[in-house]
Each structure stands twice: as structure tokens, then as C-alpha cells.
Design a protein around this ligand. Sequence first.
Ligand code: PHE
Length: 369
Amino acid sequence: MSSAVVLYSSPHMDITAKQDAWLQQVAAAEDAAALAGLESRLFGPKGEVVELVRSVTSLPKEERPAFGKAANAIKQLVEAALRQRREGFEAEELDRELVAADFDPTEPGPRARRGALHPITIVQNELVDLFTSMGFRWEDGPEIESEYFNFDALNIPGDHPARESQDTFWLDDGNLLRTHTSPVQVRTLQRLVKAGFEPPLKVIVPGRCFRSETVDKTHEHSFYQMEGLVVDRVQKGADGRSHGVSTANLIHTMKTCLRVILERDVEVRLRPGFFPFVEPGFELDVNCPFCREGGCSVCKQTGWIEILPCGMVHPNVLREGGLDPEEFTGFAFGMGLQRVVMLRYGIDDIRHFMGGDLRFLSQFPEVAR
Ligand code: PHE
């Protein structure tokens, strides 16, 4: 390798001698570290080889082409020698590692971790399965919502406290991060009515919502809801009375849903609740799964747990959706998914859901479907 391959003699500089010297130094480098030091001496910012190539500018014009060509050839030669020597050191290093006593090439490598569904996704999937089996269709809506769909269309007046900045993340363009999945009620009604679709209509809307909350054990800034909406035409029965979608239908549907999701028989009770887009509005409670006789910390000694708000769709909402409230009635509910998941699995802190702690997440091993 040390044989001079580039033969060129300049009246100003003996560059073949330099070349020989460099190739010899490469060959003589003792180990990878020495080689790296040599490399930076030759090719670093003020490296000898770099300087040689650069020195072409100091020569008389007629000499430059031949010198430049020779200098570049030397540069490439030295580079190639360095590379070869480096690869040699690397191969030696690998050989050393392979013969070392504590290395077993037949040992299996680290195993890929198996992912699992998030508990909210597991419960959401079950709910979607259940509701689609009852004839509901899955609707979707945007997470960035207009003030109109999030509030006005839902009969929420301009001075309602929910609009205030401490509850709602407002965007600079006047839109907002939806505070609930209810805006999809009116979106869906408007779209289907415009398309000439006639109720009966049954939809669910699972989705993420946002509120400017102080995060604690039971509050998060991002959370998951599942909205439900059922609307049908009011019909005259044989008894001469009008029959439409009723609170009885609402209670039956909620009981069915809770029974499936909590995997037990349930009792529910309704208390009045105020939401401008339902009339009457209710808070639906389920009997506490953790105590039989009414008295534990989860149900705050009442025997009941508040699980979801619901009610009969307000006439103004039906009207906004393009339906005549004289002809149609309906019910709606808004289930907080985290709350249902917490009850189902006995989870005591809502912050676990977004904490990303594998000790928590790996307890829900259902695999993706
Ligand atoms: N959208 C309401 C909320 O987030 C819940 C709700 C939905 C209440 C449907 C009644 C009917 O608080």
C-alpha cells in the first residue's frame, strides 16, 4: 500500500514524498483511536492533505492543472487507505467480541412488546357494538366546532356560563374545541333532513371533547363522550292518543346499555337535571356496584352513582335540525366514557387514562380486533 501510485514531480514541491509518508502513517496506526487522530491531522480543517490540495493556487498558472490532478489523486488514495484500515480495525473488534466468553450469539434478542387497546377504546368498542346491534348508526363530528353548533343550535343562550373562557377553549378564529358531542345532534339532523331522510333515526357519536378544567381525580381537559340521539314520528294510537319517543324508551335503552357494559343487572333512577337542549332533562343514576346496602366512599354513602345526563330533545333543537316538533319527538343522552370505564374496572383516578404509565395500561390486555 505504501508504494507511490501517483508519480508527479513539481519543481516547487515533492508531493510524492508526502504521499509516501502519509500512506506509511496510515499503515502504522496502532489502533482505531490512533487512526482517528491521524485522520483529523490529515483531513481536519487545517489538515495536511487539505492544505496540499489547496496549495494549487500558489503555483504558477501552467503548473496548476497537472498539480491539481495529482493532488486530488493523492487525496483519494489516502482516503481509501484510511477507510480500509478503519474497516480492518472494526472487523478485529467484532472478532474479539465474538470470542469473548460472555457473548452468546444464540441468545434471543429483546422481545417486541405487545400493544393493547386503551381501556377507553375497549369500552367504546363494546358500546358501539351494542348500539349498532340495536339499530343505531355511528356519526362523527369535528373536534374543532363552531359556536353555532356547540351552543346556539343547542338552545344554549348567549349568556350561558358554559360559554365562558374558563370552560371552553376558544380559538383565535372564533371557533372552539367542542365541549361535548351534542353539536353532532343538530349536524346529523340537518344533513339527513336535507338529504330527504325520514326518522326514525338512531345515532351514537363517540368522540373527544375538551374543557378548560382544573385537572384532578375526576376532571380532565380532554375527555371522551358518547352522545346518543333517537328521534321518531309521533303517531296516533288505536286509543286515539299520540305516541312518540318517550322517557320510558330512554330508560329502557339506558338500562340495557348499562347492564351490558357493567356486566350486571342494574337499577337506575332519574333526577331532574338542567341542559338547555333537553326538556325535561335528567341526571341518570345507577345503583352503586361497590356496596349493596347504600354506603361506601365511591357512592358517597348514597348507594347511587351519577352516570349520565339525558333528556327529551328540546323542540328548539328539533326545529334547528329541520324537523317539526309537533310531528317528531326524541331523546338524547351524553355518556362520559371515562366515568363508565372507571366504574367498570374500579379505577379511582381519571388521570391514569392519559398518564401513559404502562403499569396501568398493561392491565387491559384485550388485543386489537
Ligand atoms: N352534552 C351534555 C354535557 O356534556 C350532556 C347531555 C347530552 C345532556 C345529551 C343531555 C342530553 O354536559
